[in-house]
Design a binder for this molecule. Structure first.
Ligand SMILES: Cc1ncc(COP(=O)(O)O)c(C=O)c1O
Length: 401
């Protein structure tokens, strides 16, 4: 009979990387750790949270100070009754090993680690953990390329990233949030007010931001929270100039790239975020990210986000590798629909997009459009709708194909 009263021993471990993405590996002292390899971290003391233990253990074992951290994974070694919470930790200071605990250290590429030499209570679990770490690094680097940002932080969903971005803006002293009057996302309308911002809906050309309107409105107290593929129908191709306007006025640009990821426009903004949810170009039905250059932002996010994001990196990396194909498929389908309905009133007809939105002026036209969707097995949604356009129109949801 298993002893049901026995509680597992809690341990916190730190994944500390150098600038080459090599992992800090310590050789445990013969006496306390049989000379095996491991990563910094040890037991959670009574009354401590796993995160507090992480900070204390890293300092005790390595002399480094943890400045920010993020949950990475939880590994449950049933056989020896040990629950390990694994964090990614950013540290400062210089390494000064505690000789009672660690003999030596090294930074090693995760793909070259010999896990046979690791403290390894259940080889399959340790192997799986290192595989996740390897895919995490690949995803992080791919997203760095896609956004041109230094820091990538994974979240449980796009909405969480939006909330975090707005919290960062609040922390920077911003008081007003401008959103597109159409083509945005539901939480752009909800979160700013919940967080105590004044919300301004800016007139756009069916989601596309107009420079003159923006210039007249924006100032240093403002955040521009924008969808760079408004309504999933067109790209805001002149984002470099929008970024310029924001920078000159001292305003903060938050760019939601859920629809535009993989395009050049996804590289602009002080804060870039996106969703990997269902029907997005990168679709793992879960998760999102937030990206920025500032290390201050990184610390703030680490202190204000404590959800345990599922380590989805293997799936995500697969989808990131498929992104170009997925986008090509969208472009082709979008062009086919536009050709089929060429004589109708297509919004942003000449621009590349995913969805196709067609305006109608009478019921007969509307019926014709719905029949076209049914015949081709395309899902559609009826407008006016804030997240698409505010006209009488049918949005053909190519992104759902
Ligand atoms: C443009 C855009 N941003 C953010 C989100 C929210 O993402 P999530 O569902 O992952 O919270 C969505 C969801 O559809 C979206 O379309």
């Amino acid at each position: 009979m298993p002893d049901t009263n026995k509680t597992n021993r809690l341990v916190s471990n730190a994944l500390i990387f150098n600038e080459k993405d090599e992992l800090m590996v310590v050789k445990r002292a013969e006496k306390s750790g049989n000379g095996l390899l491991g990563v910094p971290g040890d037991k959670v003391e009574p009354g401590e949270t796993p995160a507090e233990a992480l900070i204390r253990e890293v300092r005790e074992e390595t002399g480094l100070d943890v400045i920010s951290y993020a949950f990475f994974d939880r590994v449950n070694f049933e056989a020896i009754g040990m629950d390990v919470t694994v964090y990614i930790a950013d540290t400062t200071g210089s390494i000064k090993l505690n000789p009672r605990e660690c003999e030596s250290y090294d930074f090693i590429s995760v793909d070259l680690l010999d896990i046979e030499k690791f403290y390894n209570p259940e080889p399959a679990l340790v192997k799986a953990l290192f595989e996740k770490i390897s895919f995490y690094l690949k995803c992080k680097n791919e997203l760095k390329n896609l956004t041109r940002k230094k820091n990538i932080f994974f979240t449980d969903r796009g909405n969480t990233s939006i909330r975090l971005a707005l919290m960062l803006a609040k922390n920077m002293g911003k008081t007003k949030v401008i959103i597109q009057d159409q083509g945005g996302w539901l939480t752009y309308e909800q979160y700013p007010e919940k967080l105590g911002f004044e919300l301004i809906r800016m007139k756009t050309d069916h989601g596309l931001i107009l420079f003159d309107v923006l210039k007249r409105l924006i100032d240093k107290d403002y955040v521009l929270l924008m969808n760079s593929m408004p309504g999933y129908i067109t790209l805001q191709n002149d984002l470099d100039e929008i970024q310029d306007i924001c920078t000159k006025k001292g305003a903060l640009l938050i760019n939601d790239v859920s629809g535009s990821i993989g395009e050049d426009v996804a590289k602009y903004g002080s804060i870039i975020l996106g969703s990997f949810g269902r029907w997005k170009p990168v679709n793992i039905e879960y998760g999102g990210f937030i990206a920025f250059d500032s290390n201050e932002h990184k610390k703030f996010v680490s202190e204000n986000f404590d959800k345990e994001v599922i380590p989805f990196y293997k799936d995500l990396y697969g989808k990131l590798l498929e992104l170009d194909n997925r986008r090509e498929f969208f472009t082709k389908t979008n062009a086919k629909i536009k050709a089929d309905l060429n004589e109708m009133d297509i919004i942003h007809k000449e621009s590349p997009g995913i969805n196709v939105i067609i305006r109608y002026s009478e019921d007969l036209e509307k019926e014709r459009l719905i029949n076209y969707c049914t015949k081709n097995n395309y899902e559609h949604t009826e407008c006016p709708r804030y997240i698409r356009v505010l006209d009488n129109a049918i949005s053909i949801e190519v992104k759902r194909i």
